[in-house]
Design a binder for this molecule. Structure first.
Ligand code: ARG
Length: 563
C-alpha cells in the first residue's frame, strides 16, 4: 500500500485523465528487482494516444516529479520507479503500527452477508478429518470475509436426519444400554452402528427394521423422537469440546432435521414450474437441460421420504430469506461435487435470481499415514486423539526450548492445535494430503509452530528492548529490511486475494514467507544495538509481530507471546 501511494500520486500528476484506482490497477512488479520496485506499462495509453509506448514512457518520465524517488527511468515501454526505500520503510511501519490488528482490513463487502455452510458433521459418529477440514477452512473463510468487510454467518448444517437414525434406534433398543451410551456417547453409538451393519449382512431383515424406525421418527413417534434428540444432544456435547479447543464458534446449528417442516415449499415450487417428474415411483427433477452430464436430482423417495437434496434445497431458500446473503458458500469435500452441481442446477431451473451466488467450496482428502478412514468399518482416527497427540508433542518441545515458561500447558495447547489447523490450511484447498503428526508439530520448516515461534521471538526482542517503540517518528535506513517491508506491504493485497480465490492457503503461505524473511534478518543483524536506527528496527519487529498475529488470527491460530 504505502509503497504504491507515491507512484500513483506521481503518475496522476502527469496523467490527469486517469483515476488513482485506474493507475493503481495497472502497476506491476518488475520481473527483476534490479530494474525497479514498481513498473507502469504504457501499452494502453499508447493505443489511446496512437503513439509508440517507448516514446510515451520517455515523455512521461521527463515530466514526472522525481523528488519522492531514488530515481524514475523509462525502460522500453515501462516506467520503472525506484522507490525511496527510507521513506517507504517509514510509511509502511507507521501504517502497520497505527492500524494494529486492523491492518489489512478493507470494506469491499460493506453491507453484504456471506453465509458459510461449514463443519456439518453427522451426529452419532465421530467427527472425521474431512469435517475438520470443513471446519477450519470454513472458519478461515469467515474470518477472511470479515476482513474484507462482509458479515459472515457460520452455519453448522448438522447431519442429524436420515435412515441411519432408524438403524441406530433399532440397534439401541435391541442390544444397547443407557449407561454404556452415557459413558462414551459417540464411541458407543458408532459401535452400535457398525454392529448393525455387520448383523444386517447376515440378516437383511434388519434393514427393514431400521427403515421402519426411521419412518416412525419421520412421523413424529414420541419414543423415536426422544431417542433421536438424546443422541443429537450427546453428540453435540462431544463436537463442542473439539470446537472449543479450536476456538471456533457458530451462528447456527440448524442441521438437516431443522428443515423437516420446510420442504413443502420446495416441492410446491417444483410442481408449479412443472419440474417434478415421476421415475420408478420416486419424484425427480431432470437436469439434462442445464447440463447433459448431470444425473437427475432425487426429491422424494418411493416411500415418500425426503432426501439430503430436498433438505439442502429448503436450507438454501431459508438462508436466502433469513440472511439475504450476497454469497452462500458450502465448504464440503470434493466427493460431493455432483450433489452441489445438482443443487445449483435445481435452483437455476426454479429461476431463482440468486442461484449463481451459491458456491460449492470443495477441498481435498486427508489420509492418515497413508490410510483412508471409513466410519462404516469403524476405522477412524479421532480428532480428539489428534489434538491430544499434538498437544503432547508441542509440550515436549517447549520443555526443551523454554523449560521455565510459566503457562506451559496452555501454550502447548495453542501450539498443538495451531499446528494441526495451520497444516490443514497451508495446503492448496483442493489438494489431497497425508497427515503425519511429527511433521506437523515441528518448530522448524513450513509449520504453524514455526510462525508462532517467530512471533514469540519478535515479542521477546521487544521485551528485552525495555523501551516502547516511538511510532510517531520512525527512521530506518537498512537495505537488509527491504524484503520484510515488501512483505508487510503485500498483506492487504494478500487478504483480498485469499478471499476472492476462497483460498486460506494464500494467507498461510504469506505468514511463512514473512516469518522466513524476518528470521533471515534476525540472524544477520543486531537489532538491539544502540545506534540511530534502533527505534526503527524495533518498529520493524513490532510491525512483523502485529502482522504475523493478524495472519494467524485469520487462520484461527493463536499467537502466544512466549513459547
Ligand atoms: N453432513 C454432511 C456429511 O458429512 C455434510 C453436509 C454439508 N452441508 C450441506 N449443506 N450439504 O457428508
Amino acid at each position: 500500500m504505502a509503497e504504491k501511494t507515491a507512484v500513483v500520486n506521481a503518475l496522476q500528476a502527469v496523467l490527469p485523465d486517469l483515476t488513482a484506482a485506474d493507475i493503481a490497477s495497472k502497476l506491476e512488479a518488475p520481473k527483476d528487482h534490479k530494474m525497479g520496485d514498481v513498473a507502469f506499462p504504457t501499452f494502453t495509453l499508447a493505443k489511446v494516444l496512437k503513439k509508440a509506448p517507448q516514446m510515451i514512457a520517455q515523455e512521461l518520465v521527463d515530466q514526472i516529479d522525481q523528488s519522492d524517488f531514488e530515481k524514475v527511468v523509462a525502460t522500453g515501454p515501462y516506467i520503472n520507479f525506484f522507490l525511496d526505500k527510507k521513506q517507504v520503510t517509514a510509511d509502511t511501519l507507521k501504517e502497520v503500527l497505527a492500524e494494529g490488528s486492523n491492518y489489512g482490513q478493507n470494506d469491499d463487502g460493506k453491507g453484504q452477508t456471506i453465509a458459510l455452510d461449514m463443519s456439518s458433521p453427522n451426529i452419532a459418529k465421530p467427527m472425521s478429518m474431512g469435517h475438520l477440514r470443513s471446519t477450519v477452512i470454513g472458519n478461515a473463510l469467515a474470518n477472511l470475509s470479515a476482513k474484507n468487510g462482509y458479515q459472515p454467518v457460520k452455519i453448522n448444517h448438522l447431519g442429524d436426519w436420515g435412515t441411519q437414525f432408524g438403524k441406530l434406534i433399532y440397534a439401541y433398543k435391541t442390544w444397547g444400554s443407557e449407561e454404556e451410551v452415557k459413558k462414551d456417547p459417540i464411541g458407543t453409538l458408532l459401535k452400535y452402528y457398525v454392529e448393525f451393519h455387520d448383523k444386517a449382512k447376515e440378516n437383511p431383515a434388519l434393514d427393514d427394521e431400521g427403515r421402519a424406525w426411521f419412518k416412525k421418527l419421520e412421523d413424529g413417534d414420541p419414543e423415536a423422537h426422544k431417542l433421536w434428540a438424546w443422541f443429537r444432544e450427546e453428540s453435540l456435547k462431544e463436537f463442542t469440546e473439539i470446537y472449543d479447543r479450536l476456538g471456533i464458534t457458530f451462528d447456527s446449528y440448524n442441521g438437516e432435521a431443522f428443515y423437516n417442516d420446510k420442504m413443502d415449499r420446495v416441492v410446491k415450487a417444483l410442481e408449479d414450474k412443472g419440474l417434478l417428474e415421476e421415475s420408478q415411483g420416486a419424484q425427480i427433477v431432470d437436469l439434462s437441460k442445464v447440463n447433459e452430464n448431470l444425473t437427475p436430482a432425487m426429491i422424494k423417495r418411493t416411500d415418500g421420504a425426503t432426501l439430503y437434496m430436498t433438505r439442502d434445497l429448503a436450507a438454501a431458500m431459508y438462508r436466502k430469506d433469513t440472511y439475504d446473503f450476497a454469497k452462500s458458500l458450502y465448504v464440503v469435500g470434493g466427493e460431493q461435487r455432483e450433489h452441489f452441481a445438482q443443487l445449483k442446477a435445481v435452483l437455476s431451473l426454479l429461476d431463482l435470481p440468486w442461484a449463481d451466488d451459491v458456491e460449492h467450496i470443495p477441498f481435498g482428502l486427508i489420509t492418515f499415514n497413508g490410510k483412508k478412514m471409513s466410519t462404516r468399518k469403524g476405522d477412524v482416527v479421532l480428532l480428539k486423539d489428534v489434538l491430544d497427540d499434538a498437544h503432547e508433542l508441542a509440550l515436549k518441545q517447549i520443555e526443551e526450548k523454554n523449560p521455565t515458561l510459566a503457562n506451559k500447558d496452555q501454550v502447548a495447547e495453542e501450539v498443538g492445535a495451531g499446528a494441526v489447523v495451520f497444516h490443514d490450511l497451508m495446503n492448496d484447498r483442493t489438494n489431497n494430503f497425508d497427515f503425519k503428526i511429527d511433521e506437523v508439530v515441528r518448530f522448524e520448516g513450513d509449520t504453524g509452530p514455526y510462525v508462532q515461534y517467530t512471533n514469540a521471538r519478535a515479542q521477546s526482542i521487544l521485551r528485552k528492548a525495555g523501551v516502547a517503540v516511538n511510532t510517531a517518528d520512525i527512521e530506518l535506513d537498512d537495505p537488509a529490511t527491504w524484503d520484510i517491508i515488501t512483505a508487510l506491504n503485500a498483506f492487504p493485497e494478500t487478504v483480498r486475494r485469499a478471499f476472492v480465490n476462497r483460498e486460506p492457503s494464500v494467507v498461510a503461505k504469506y505468514a511463512l514467507g514473512l516469518a522466513r524473511a524476518f528470521n533471515k534478518y534476525y540472524a544477520n543483524s543486531k537489532i538491539l544495538a544502540d545506534d540511530q536506527n534502533k527505534n526503527g528496527r524495533l518498529a520493524l519487529v513490532a510491525a512483523v509481530s502485529e502482522t504475523l498475529t493478524t495472519a494467524l488470527a485469520i487462520l484461527g491460530v493463536k499467537a502466544p507471546k512466549e513459547m
